[in-house]
Design a protein around this ligand. Structure first.
Ligand code: PGA
Length: 258
């Protein structure tokens, strides 16, 4: 049985005071359920990672960054290395988020290098994939997502792949208020699991956690996670609201699969 995993992607939001306040609230609300029933990781902007780490205190909520660069150090102005993330207390890093793919124009090749470097350094990766609306409408969802996974995980062997959580985030659902239905998400998650079985093996395919992301809220969390292959959520907007994110984590802790 895969333990549910909820990620909070704060994106380019908060300031030092509100980031610390949100983190304090989360540690207060979630300490009891975290780790035992559900894994939770929050991903604030780089500049607030240390403050959030401090505010989370000894609770079991993980700390993640929203991106990382693959080189270990040197003349890469503006970039952040894996060891820097670990140095400030990160356990996780999001890689290949759709906003980086489509706004910053990150390629599958770059994402692959980042994923490989992150895992080699000992970070756990939340590797994001997902189709555009026109790709879905053209019936290309499965082929687009499969291609992103094959290219993103190229050269990453079974041992390293164990550090990966896949987040299926249809681009048309992110920040739009239009979530994929539980059924739509489940179908893609099944396809991803079958692909992982082919690329690695059946037993690993049953172990790897696949999150859904895209307008996940306190209102739809339980329904999304009622699907057998939806192992958690990557939450954007609703992760900035203490009450909503708390409810989402609680829904994961009390998950009932139908
Ligand atoms: P959203 O973002 O929940 O605001 O749609 C999800 C994400 O981009 O990870």
């Amino acid at each position: 049985m895969r333990k549910p995993f909820i990620g909070g992607n704060w994106k380019m939001n908060t300031d030092s005071a509100s980031a610390a306040e949100l983190a304090c609230g989360l540690s207060r609300n979630l300490d009891d359920v975290c780790n035992e029933k559900v894994d939770v990781t929050v991903c604030p902007p780089f500049v607030y990672l240390s403050a959030v780490k401090k505010a989370l205190g000894p609770c079991q909520i993980g700390l993640g960054a929203q991106d990382v660069y693959f080189e270990p150090k040197g003349a890469f102005t503006g970039e952040i290395s894996c060891s820097m993330l670990k140095d400030v207390g990160c356990s996780h890093v999001i890689i290949g988020h759709s906003e980086r793919r489509h706004i910053i124009k990150e390629s599958d090749e770059l994402i692959n290098r980042k994923l490989s470097a992150a895992i080699s350094s000992g970070l756990l990766a939340i590797f994001c994939v997902g189709e555009l609306l026109e790709q879905r409408n053209a019936g290309k969802t499965n082929s687009v997502v499969a291609e992103q996974i094959k290219k993103g995980m190229a050269g990453i062997g079974l041992e390293k792949a164990c550090a990966v959580t896949i987040a299926y985030e249809p681009v048309w659902a992110i920040g739009t208020g239009i979530n994929a239905t539980a059924q739509q998400a489940q179908e893609v998650h099944v396809m991803i699991r079958e692909l992982i079985a082919k690329l690695y093996d059946k037993s690993f395919a049953q172990q790897i956690r696949i999150q859904y992301g895209g307008s996940a809220t306190a209102a739809n969390a339980a329904e999304l996670m009622s699907q057998p292959d939806i192992d958690g959520l990557l939450v954007g907007g609703a992760s900035l609201k203490l009450e909503d994110f708390t409810k989402i984590v609680m829904a994961a802790a009390e998950r009932k699969i139908i």
